[in-house]
Design a protein around this ligand. Structure first.
Ligand code: AKG
Ligand code: FE2
Length: 269
């Protein structure tokens, strides 16, 4: 079973909103945001999902050394964990490879980031967007009523987004226009996220994006939010600082930054 074909089988998932990894519409919206229609199943890094086996040092965002993943039993959803493990292992490998490309692009040695990705943070989600009751074409002058996921940028270093089953992702261009990102089967979209923007002193810019399902179909997508080791202390990268562009940010641990952002977004915190 591939992750994409497996997605449709999770419709009668035996999890309830009480399981914190299952996010219901409304759970993660800021209080003043318009309601969103998405639902999702979340999980994070665990050594058993890492083809390298990890280094045994993984800590949750809050420093806990037990991961908070909850999995449905093999009996309830046969093959689920195995499918996730295969997919997660592959995207983890891709993320580590991408970081080598980021290093080269930033005039750093290719392996610069390798020691910071030995037990990396990587939250992934299986997302479901119902078919809208009243699909609307993209119109820059009209306010969208059925937002699948409101405008935001992601918090980690970058996001690897598996091509969704239906289009719907829209990207905000530098001149403030929403541009639809086509769903090209077999492709990934890589979105730079806020921690990488901070770490590179703004050299890389995070992508502002949202999801509006304008089709009559349900939509499934699978983002993987990649962070370096959460306990890694990070200072602005040396190649992104100069006399004209001094560091704008104090040092911070990667996990501390992500946790701050998640807390600011969670509705009831
Ligand atoms: O569903 C998508 O295509 C994007 C999801 C997303 O942006 C997110 O979960 O942060
Ligand atoms: Fe996002």
């Amino acid at each position: 079973m591939s992750i994409r074909s497996g997605l449709q089988k999770t419709g009668d998932f035996p999890l309830t909103p009480a399981d914190y990894t299952y996010v219901n519409p409304g759970d993660w919206e800021a209080e003043d945001a318009a309601p969103e229609t998405k639902e999702g199943f979340n999980w994070g890094y665990e050594a058993g999902l890492d083809p390298t086996g990890g280094d045994g040092e993984y800590r949750e965002l809050d420093g806990e050394d037990v991961n908070g993943n909850l999995w449905p039993s093999e009996e309830d959803v046969p093959g689920f964990y195995e499918t996730i493990r295969n997919y997660y292992g592959e995207v983890l490998g891709l993320a580590r490879h991408l970081f080598r490309l980021f290093a080269l692009s930033l005039d750093l040695p290719e392996e610069y980031f390798d020691p910071m990705m030995t037990h990396p943070g990587g939250i992934a989600r299986l997302l479901y967007y119902p078919a809208p009751s009243n699909p609307q074409p993209l119109d820059p002058k009209q306010k969208d009523e059925e937002i699948g996921l409101g405008a935001h940028s992601d918090y980690e270093c970058f996001t690897i987004l598996l091509c969704s089953t239906a289009p719907g992702l829209e990207i905000l261009s530098p001149d403030d226009q929403w541009i639809p990102a086509p769903a090209v089967e077999g492709s990934f979209i890589i979105n730079v996220a806020d921690f990488l923007m901070r770490w590179t002193n703004g050299v890389y810019k995070s992508t502002v994006h949202r999801v509006v399902n304008r089709t009559r179909e349900e939509r499934y997508s699978v983002p993987f939010f990649f962070s370096i080791n959460y306990d890694q202390m990070v200072e602005t990268l040396p190649s992104c600082v100069s006399a004209e562009n001094p560091s704008k940010y104090p040092p911070i641990k990667a996990g501390e930054y992500v946790l701050e952002r998640l807390r600011a977004t969670a509705k009831d915190e």
